[in-house]
Every structure is written in C-alpha cells, then in structure tokens.
Design a protein. Structure first.
Length: 191
C-alpha cells in the first residue's frame, strides 16, 4: 500500500471513531412570532425536531437564558408527547426561567423523521421592539440513553405589521412615481 492510501484509511478510521459531528445528528429549529402589539414582550416559539441520528429520540430539553427571558408558559406538544416547563433557582433561592422539556413513552422521533408542533410562550426581561431570535441550547436523549446537544436555530415567522406597512408604502410610492414620470416619447426619423 502506498503512503497516500494508508493516510486516507487512517483519516476515514479517525472520522468513524470520533464521529463526524454528533451535534449535527439532531437539529431543532424554531419559528418565532410576537404575540400582541408591536411593543409586546410576549413571544411564541414553535419548534421542529429533525432526527438525523441512527437512534430514536425520546426526549429533549431546551434551556432559556434567564438574563433574556422572564417567563415560560403554555407548553404544547404533538400527540403522544408530554411537556413540562421548569425553573432553576438562583443562589438566593429565587426562581428564574429555565427550560422547556418534551418527552414520550411512544415510538419517539425515528431516524430520518422530523416532528413539529412543539411550542411555548416566553416573555422577555427587557422591552424589545424587534423579534428575538436568540439561540437556545438543547439536549436530546436517544433510545440507548445517549445525549446529544446543540443550539436551536430560530427564524421569524412573518414580518411585523410596521415592516409590512413601510414596505407597502415604498412599493406604492414607486408605482405612483412611475405613472407620473413617464418617459417622453420622441419622434425618431430614421433615414
């Protein structure tokens, strides 16, 4: 065997033994929607869990940063899944927002499947005029008891009403200007 072939085999063996990236084996994404008026601090997160591992997922927990989130409420989950929200205690004993957890005794999320419909409402500690898509960390448990962790990626469900109003006004202005300022037609005589 050539040195190049041996090097490639060692590299492949290393990737198989160490894993190509177990954190990417499970991904959780969230869609964020503001509840209430433009200045409301209440948001609704809807989560989708994609299982790209070789084992079923039976539970996962999403942690919320207590310096950003004040309250976690109204947990929901798909059929056959249970949810709970929990709080951590500070050194002084005060409860702070903690986590959203979903678990099942059913079949779980099988390899290659995506399951949506996990959701929770949260409120912010500070007033905010923009949708917050701060990443949360998660830990998922598989059928063999392995734990896989990662970060939840968030996206905004729909633009806020003020954004839509500004965008509509801009497009309307362009149409209006286009109608007012029409290019003058010139008679061109060609010989």
């Amino acid at each position: 065997m050539s040195q190049k072939t041996v090097l490639i085999l060692y590299l492949l063996l290393f990737l198989l033994v160490c894993g190509i990236g177990t954190a990417s084996a499970i991904s959780i994404t969230s869609d964020v929607q503001r509840l209430g008026s433009e200045n409301s601090n209440l948001f609704h997160y809807t989560y989708s869990v994609y299982n790209n591992s070789v084992e079923s997922i039976y539970s996962f927990k999403i942690d919320f940063n207590s310096s950003i989130y004040r309250l976690i409420s109204s947990p929901e989950a798909p059929l056959d899944w249970n949810t709970r929200i929990g709080q951590y205690k500070t050194n002084s004993g005060n409860p702070i927002p903690g986590y959203y957890q979903a678990y099942t005794i059913g079949a779980g999320i099988l390899p290659g499947q995506t399951l949506s419909g996990f959701s929770v409402n949260v409120s912010l500690t500070q007033p905010s005029t923009s949708i917050l898509t701060s990443p949360h960390s998660f830990i998922a448990s598989t059928s063999s008891g392995n734990s896989i962790s990662g970060s939840v990626s968030s996206s905004v469900v729909a633009p806020e009403p003020s954004t839509l109003t500004l965008m509509s006004a801009g497009f309307g202005s362009l149409v209006f200007l286009r109608r007012i300022i029409k290019p003058k037609k010139t008679n061109q005589n060609t010989f």
